[in-house]
Ligand binder design. Structure first.
Ligand SMILES: [Zn+2]
Length: 352
């Protein structure tokens, strides 16, 4: 009698098995067209596999059947013959492992952009949110162009179902996950304004929410981490405006959009000065398309906030190391942010 485990089948089938990992993703034989797509989750510990994208799943003999084409009820016989063993069984688990949620690997930018664009096209912007945005200096046309919307409060499953029927892929798109019935749905968040966070091709990388009436952590990423087939958001940067030799650097995509709308300057928003990983990649890319100078325009309380001081200093050092010319935008310190200051100047000009 031969006891079989998932890793035995995986190696027998010649599938990848990264060392030191009990759960990992490989190309799904059913739905991934290219080897760069990896939706099939193999879990060595739980001895199961599953693709959140197309739904194919099972235990170790199902995996064998899937790859060899041997009918499921003939798998044990086939294996026994192949290995010259009289009988093949799997080891029963003694303990039931508490169900941990499987997350999806992040979908690539093209898929995320498609999903978010389709989602936003089904949402609207509430009157109070429109007022809020107009009050910051954005015009109706800016709001339209930027695609800001109000978070859906109900009907998330219906929207997800509609998106799916239109052929929009939701697996690996932060914010989407499966409910307990296995149907796709969208994260239920506090009401607020959804802000598309875009790359230099204006593709939506992720969404942030500006939450209504939140005193702390007003801006949050739309994320479905720790949900079934959910997905974590990364700290993406946001570019407002065309690539130019000089760009401004600030914190927060909404602030960047407002500064750009008011001044025409190109603004890159970072999620925070303490998250430089994404920024390094993006700046590398922007440098290759002609950006040479960076002016930081963080809120005035930045320089005095001890918590962020270290992050800010290492950011400047980092810009210097990358070979950028850099400087700091200064404005009337009575205004916290450059967006507030510019908007106040505009308002003053208009009233004269
Ligand atoms: Zn699949």
């Amino acid at each position: 009698m031969e006891i079989f485990h998932m890793q035995d089948i995986v190696s027998l089938l010649g599938l990848p098995m990264p060392s030191g990992r009990s759960s990992y993703y490989i190309q799904c034989p059913c739905c991934d067209e290219s080897p760069r797509k990896k939706h099939l989750n193999i879990n060595l510990k739980k001895e199961v596999f599953r693709c959140p994208r197309c739904g194919v799943s099972g235990g170790i003999f199902d995996l064998y059947a899937l790859y060899t084409g041997v009918p499921r009820d003939k798998v044990k016989k086939d294996l026994a013959e192949r290995l010259g063993a009289p009988e093949i069984i799997t080891q029963r688990k003694k303990k039931v492992i508490p169900e941990e949620k499987e997350e999806c690997p992040l979908a690539d930018i093209a898929l995320r952009n498609d999903a978010y664009k389709a989602l936003l096209s089904k949402l609207s912007l509430a009157a109070d949110h429109r007022e809020n945005l107009l009050g910051r200096g954005l015009k109706e046309a800016d709001i339209e162009r930027l695609g800001y919307k109000t978070t859906p409060v109900i009907g998330m499953s219906a929207i997800a179902r509609q998106l799916q029927s239109e052929g929009v892929g939701l697996a690996g798109v932060p914010g989407f996950y499966r409910d307990k019935n296995g149907a796709w749905t969208f994260i239920h968040e506090k009401r607020g304004i959804l802000i598309p966070v875009r790359d230099r091709f204006r593709r939506i990388q992720g969404l942030q929410i500006r939450r209504d009436n939140a005193s702390r952590r007003k801006f949050r990423w739309v994320s479905s981490t720790e949900m079934e087939d959910g997905c974590r958001a990364e700290g993406w940067t946001h570019l407002a405006g065309k690539v130019r030799s000089t760009i401004l650097l600030t914190e927060g995509p909404m602030k960047a959009d407002v500064i750009h709308a008011l001044t025409g300057l190109t603004v890159l928003a970072v999620p925070g000065v303490n998250s430089l990983t994404q920024l390094a990649m993006v700046l590398e890319d922007l440098r290759s398309v002609g950006v040479i100078e960076i002016k930081t325009a963080f809120d005035m309380d930045f320089a005095t906030n001890h918590h962020v001081q270290n992050g800010y200093n290492s950011l400047l050092q980092f810009l210097g190391n990358m070979g950028f010319t850099f400087g700091t935008y200064l404005w009337d310190p009575r205004y916290k942010g450059l967006d507030d200051y510019v908007w106040a100047c505009f308002a003053r000009m208009q009233s004269q």
